[in-house]
Design a protein around this ligand. Structure first.
Ligand code: CAA
Length: 697
C-alpha cells in the first residue's frame, strides 16, 4: 500500500504531501507519516522551509472518526502537533477544500497559511459532542482573540475565505497549482527572512473584563445549547487561555476532551454522523444504478406544503411549475413565494438580484396540459386516497414517458396510488416534513413496483436539494408518522390520567425534544387531527379516547391551536409562547371524570417512558418488517424530521443506552397495566434476551 504521507525535496524546500482518500482524515498511518516526514525535513540541513499540502478533494478534514472508541495508537494527534510546533524552520501550509477539526489544528500549528478561494476552515468537533482536542482551543484564541474563538468553536461553524482572511486565520489566497503556490510563498519567506510564527507563544487578545465576558457567554450558551455538554466543555477550555500559560491550558483542554470522548452524548453524536451518511446506501441497489436527469419539476397543490416543496427546488436552481386548480389559491401561493424571497433579502441572506432570479424559477399554472415536459411531479394535495388517485391518473395521461410521479403523502399506500397509473414503476413517495424548505429529512417511500433507477434518482435528488433521504417501505405512516402514533396516543393518555399539558411539554423539552407534543399539536392545528378522526369514524374505524377525547372537545369549542390563539394553551396576538390555561385544566379534568379516568400525580420519569418507549417498540417492529433498512435510518428520521435530540442519537440509539432488557421489563409492566397496546415487539424481545443492541445491527 502507498504511504499516505510523503516527503519530496525541491531545492531548499521540503514538500510534505498527505494523500489519504476520501477526506485525508488523520488516521494512524497519517499521524505516523507526518511525524516521520516532519522529523526528516527538520533534521535535513539543506532544508530552509517546509510546505504541507494535501491531495484529492480536500485538506485534512479532521481526526479519523472511525478510530474513536478504539485503543489509541501512538503517536496521538496532540503528540504530532507538539512535534510540529517544536520545529525551528518556517512551515507553510496550503489549504484547499475543508480544513476541519484536527486538520484545522494542524494548520494552526503551521506558521503561515495560504488557501484557495473555495477553502473553508473550522473546528466542528462540537457537532460530534467533543471539543478540539489537539490545541485548537488554545491556539485559535491566540490567533483570532477570545470572542471570535468562542463564536467559532462553540458553534462549530465553517469559515469561508473572506472571513478567514479578515480574522487572519489565513494569510493569503492562492490561485492555480497548490504546490507551486506553497513553494513560491516558502521562497518569499526565506528571501525576506520572515520569522517563525508560533501561535503557541503568542499573547491572547482578550475582551475587557474577560472572566465576566466568559461567564455571560456561558449563561447564554447554557440556554441556547440546552442539555449539551460539549459546548460547555469548549467554553471551559477557551477560558483557560485567559489566565494559564499555553502548556497548562493544553492540560485543561485534554481533560475536557477526554471527558467528552467518554460521554454518551458524544457517542450518540458520532453515531448520528455516520447514520446520516449510511442512510444514502440502499442495501439491494447497485451503487452504479444510473440516475435520471431532473431539469424541471412540477408540484401539484399550492398549499403550505406545496409551496415549501417548490422552494427546495428553486433554491437548488431547478425550475418548478406549481399547478393549482383554484386560481385564488395559486395567486396566494405565488405571492407567498415572492414574500419568502423578499424576507431572505431583508435578512441579508440573498442579494436582490439572486432572489429575483430564484423566485422567477417558480411559475404557476392552472392546467395539467402544461406538465408535459417535466421530469418529476410531486403531488401535495389533500390527504385522501380518492383525490390522490384522480391526480395520478391525470398525471399518467399528460406527463412524458420517463417522468417520475411522486406523492408527498404522509400516510397513504403508495402502491394503491401507483395502481391508478399505467406506470407504477415510475411512482414513488417523497414525504417532506413541515416546514418543507427547512426540515432536513426526506422520507423516500419505495413502492412494490418502484423502478431501481427511480429510487436512485430520488436519493440523489435528496442530496441535491440539501436533504437527507431515508428509504422507507410502504406501511401506514411509513417510518416517522407510524412511530409518532404511539407518542401522540400516550400524550393524550397522560393528560387523561392527570399530567398537565405544561408538565408533559416541559419533560419532553428537558429530554431534548425541539418541542413538547402538546405545543406541537397546537402549532400544527388541532383541527387537522380532528378531521382525520372524523373521517375514520365515518369509515367505522375505532378512535380511542387517548387519541381524540380532549382534542375533539377543544376543536368543538373553537380552540384550534395557535392559529385561533387558543388550543391546549392560550396565546397572545403575534406570540408563539404557550400560556397555561386553567379553563383547559378544568376541561381535561371534567372529560377524564366523564370517561372514568382517575387523575393522579404523574412523575417526570413516567412521562419519558410512556412517550419514548412506544417509539422504540414501534421502531423495532418497523425494523422487523424491513420497512426501515437499519436502526440508524430510524434514528436519522427522528433526529432530522421530528426534532429528537441528536445528543441522544435517535430513539433506537437511546434504547441501547437504557438497555433493551430494561425497556423490555418496563414494556411488560405497562402491558399488564394498560393491555396489548404495550405488547413488546418480537424483535425487541429477541434482542433483549440475546443481550444485543439495535445500533450494532
Ligand atoms: N473521519 C473518518 N471518516 C470521515 C471523516 C472523518 N473525519 N470525515 C468524513 N469521513 C468519511 C465519511 O463517513 C464518508 O464515508 P462514506 O463515503 O463511506 O460514507 C466519506 O468520508 C466522505 O464524507 P462525506 O460524504 O461527508 O463527503 P462530503 O464531501 O460531503 O463532506 C466533509 C466532506 C466536509 C469533510 C465532511 O465529511 C465532514 O464534515 N467531515 C467531518 C469533519 C469533522 O467533523 N472533523 C472533525 C473530526 S473530530 C477531530 O478532528 C477531533 C480532534 O481534534 C482530535
Amino acid at each position: 500500500m502507498n504511504e499516505p504521507v510523503t516527503l519530496t525535496i525541491s531545492g531548499s524546500i521540503a514538500i510534505i504531501n498527505v494523500n489519504n482518500p476520501p477526506v485525508n482524515a488523520l488516521s494512524h498511518s497519517v499521524r505516523r507519516g507526518l511525524v516521520e516526514c516532519f522529523a526528516k525535513a527538520s533534521q535535513d540541513n539543506r532544508i530552509e522551509a517546509i510546505v504541507l499540502y494535501c491531495s484529492g478533494r480536500t485538506y485534512i478534514a479532521g481526526a479519523d472518526i472511525t478510530e474513536f472508541g478504539k485503543p489509541m495508537k501512538q503517536p496521538s494527534l496532540p503528540q504530532v502537533i507538539s512535534i510540529v510546533d517544536s520545529i525551528e524552520k518556517p512551515i507553510i501550509t496550503a489549504i484547499h477544500g475543508t480544513a476541519l477539526g484536527g486538520g484545522c489544528e494542524v494548520a494552526l500549528t503551521c506558521h503561515y497559511r495560504i488557501a484557495d478561494k473555495n477553502a473553508r476552515l473550522g473546528l466542528p468537533e462540537v457537532h460530534l459532542g467533543l471539543l478540539p482536542g489537539a490545541g485548537g482551543t488554545q491556539r485559535l484564541p491566540r490567533l483570532v482573540g477570545i470572542e471570535k474563538a468562542l463564536d467559532l468553536i462553540v458553534s462549530g461553524r465553517k469559515v469561508k475565505l473572506p472571513e478567514a482572511l479578515a480574522i487572519k486565520l489565513i494569510d493569503r489566497v492562492f490561485e492555480g497549482d497548490i504546490v507551486k503556490a506553497g513553494i513560491d510563498f516558502a521562497n518569499e519567506i526565506i528571501s525576506k527572512k520572515l520569522p517563525i510564527r508560533r501561535i503557541s507563544t503568542a499573547a491572547v487578545e482578550q475582551p475587557e473584563a474577560a472572566m465576566e465576558y466568559i461567564e455571560q457567554y456561558r449563561r447564554i450558551s447554557t440556554k441556547k445549547h440546552r442539555g449539551l455538554e460539549a459546548p460547555m466543555a469548549c467554553i471551559s477550555a477557551i477560558e483557560a487561555t485567559i489566565n494559564l500559560p499555553f502548556n497548562e491550558g493544553m492540560r485543561v483542554e485534554r481533560k475536557q476532551f477526554l471527558q467528552c470522548m467518554e460521554s454518551t452524548q458524544s457517542a450518540a453524536q458520532q453515531h448520528m454522523f455516520f447514520a446520516q451518511r449510511q442512510a444514502a446506501n440502499i442495501n439491494d441497489l447497485d451503487k452504479a444504478t444510473p440516475v435520471r436527469a431532473i431539469n424541471k419539476v412540477a408540484i401539484i397543490g399550492a398549499g403550505t406544503m406545496g409551496i415549501g416543496i417548490a422552494l427546495n427546488f428553486s433554491n437548488a436552481n431547478i425550475p418548478v411549475m406549481l399547478l393549482e386548480l383554484n386560481e385564488e389559491i395559486l395567486t396566494n401561493g405565488l405571492d407567498s413565494i415572492s414574500q419568502y424571497y423578499q424576507t431572505q433579502v431583508a435578512k441579508g441572506r440573498l442579494s436582490e438580484q439572486k432572489a429575483k432570479q430564484l423566485c422567477s424559477l417558480i411559475t404557476g399554472t392552472l392546467s395539467y396540459n402544461e406538465l408535459n415536459d417535466v421530469d418529476l411531479v410531486i403531488e401535495a394535495v389533500f390527504e385522501s386516497m380518492n383525490v390522490k388517485q384522480q391526480v395520478f391518473s391525470q398525471l399518467d395521461q399528460v406527463c412524458k414517458q420517463g417522468c417520475i410521479l411522486a406523492s408527498n403523502t404522509s400516510t397513504l399506500d403508495i402502491d394503491e396510488i401507483a395502481a391508478a397509473t399505467k406506470r407504477p414503476q415510475e411512482v414513488i413517495g417523497l414525504h417532506f416534513f413541515s416546514p418543507a424548505h427547512v426540515m432536513k429529512l426526506l422520507e423516500v417511500v419505495r413502492g412494490d413496483k418502484t423502478a431501481n433507477d427511480v429510487l436512485a434518482t430520488a436519493m440523489s435528488l435528496a442530496s441535491e436539494i440539501n436533504k437527507i433521504g431515508v428509504v422507507s417501505g410502504v406501511c401506514d405512516g411509513f417510518i416517522g408518522n407510524r412511530m409518532l402514533k404511539g407518542y401522540g396516543r400516550e400524550a393524550g393518555a397522560l393528560l387523561l390520567e392527570g399530567a398537565k399539558p405544561e408538565q408533559i411539554d416541559r419533560v419532553m423539552v428537558d429530554f431534548g425534544m425541539a418541542m413538547g407534543p402538546i405545543t406541537m399539536s397546537d402549532l400544527a392545528g388541532l383541527d387537522v387531527g380532528y378531521r382525520v378522526r372524523q373521517e375514520r369514524r365515518k369509515r367505522g374505524e375505532f378512535v380511542s379516547n387517548y387519541d381524540g377525547a380532549i382534542s375533539d372537545r377543544l376543536v368543538e369549542d373553537g380552540r384550534l391551536g395557535q392559529k385561533s390563539l387558543k388550543g391546549y394553551y392560550r396565546y397572545q396576538e403575534n406570540s408563539r409562547t404557550p400560556l397555561p390555561d386553567d379553563h383547559v385544566h378544568k376541561l381535561i379534568n371534567q372529560i377524564a371524570t366523564e370517561l372514568g379516568y382517575e387523575q393522579r400525580v404523574i412523575s417526570d420519569e413516567e412521562i419519558v417512558k410512556r412517550l419514548i418507549y412506544p417509539l422504540i417498540n414501534e421502531g423495532a417492529q418497523i425494523l422487523d418488517e424491513a420497512i426501515a433498512q437499519r436502526a440508524s435510518d430510524i434514528n436519522t428520521v427522528w433526529v432530522f424530521g421530528y426534532g429528537f435530540p441528536v445528543h441522544k442519537g435517535g430513539p433506537m440509539f437511546y434504547a441501547d443506552t437504557i438497555g433493551l432488557e430494561n425497556i423490555l421489563h418496563d414494556l411488560k409492566q405497562l402491558q399488564i397495566k394498560y393491555g396489548d397496546i404495550w405488547q413488546p415487539a418480537p424483535l425487541l424481545q429477541k434482542m433483549a434476551l440475546e443481550g444485543k443492541k439495535f445500533c450494532d445491527l
